[in-house]
Design a protein around this ligand. Sequence first.
Ligand code: UDP
Ligand code: MG
Length: 325
Amino acid sequence: MDTITVVVPCYNEEETIPLFINEIEKVYSAMHEKYDIEMEYLFVDDGSKDKTLKVLEEAAQNNPRVSYITFSRNFGKEAAMYAGLENADADYTVIIDADLQDPPELIEEMYSILKNEEQYDCVASRRFTRTGEPPIRSWFAKMFYRIMAQISKTEIVDGARDFRMMSRRMVDAIMSLAECNRFSKGIFSWVGFETKWLEFENRERAGGQTKWSFWGLLIYAIDGVVAFSTAPLAISSIIGIIFCILSFVGVCFVFVRALLFGDKVAGWPSLACIMCFIAGIQLFCNGISGIYLSKTYTETKRRPQYITKKIHRAESAEKRTDSIQ
Ligand code: UDP
Ligand code: MG
């Protein structure tokens, strides 16, 4: 028998969790008829401020497949996914959003691919449209993937969702990466293994609201660049070298001109502009080094990714742990 754990990060999802459970139960029933499987839905309540925990507690009472972990505060989706993967001990692990933007019905196809096509350890999903998203957000997202493709060796697929099913060995590989500043889209790709991509059309949320603001996404994108590329550091050094060369050429020009035509005190406004510009470039490059330094700083503190407040495991998962002990 195969075990499947479905990890669901939730932050203020009181509206969508009941809808999600409804849908995933349909998927479970369909799969249970065809295959010898056991499924667990592991909800990770990322310090929600609404009634998410209550909804989960009730769901767990009525449904033996519902597990949940609650955090002591909001740690972010990355931490929620990490907690899910850390606790998932099944043969196959799925990560899926609670808002039904990721179609749960794909799980059956994912399972059958992993089961029948041995070369794959992961079946991931990407949306090929971004309809319903603000155009400016789509444009920045496109730019991000384009820049990442240029500056990072780790391939980050445009439109890739965190929604995927992974084999045990792939999950173990992901957990073996001990970094605190986690950027999962990069980590999934970095660990390697063959991934099959399923495509689907973008969907609107089933309820509630997105947790991502424009600035939140921008910072997330910077985290991604810093986690998977050191190119910005090299670029800042190159900018420095270019400016050194330019200033040397400038000095030669001024020197020769003074010899030939004498030195008239003129041109100070342009000089002031140039000084401001160069000071700006210097601050920018300092800032780049600063970001890497700050990441190193948080990394050395080795703080846990999340703090658990409460945990409840589904019957099947508890039986598994009992049998291991
Ligand atoms: N999420 C989370 N912690 C956060 C923010 C989001 O666990 O701090 C969860 C959220 O509940 C949802 C998933 O991550 O299940 C994706 O979030 P959202 O739908 O807001 O992002 P979008 O789909 O708009 O990119
Ligand atoms: Mg969403």
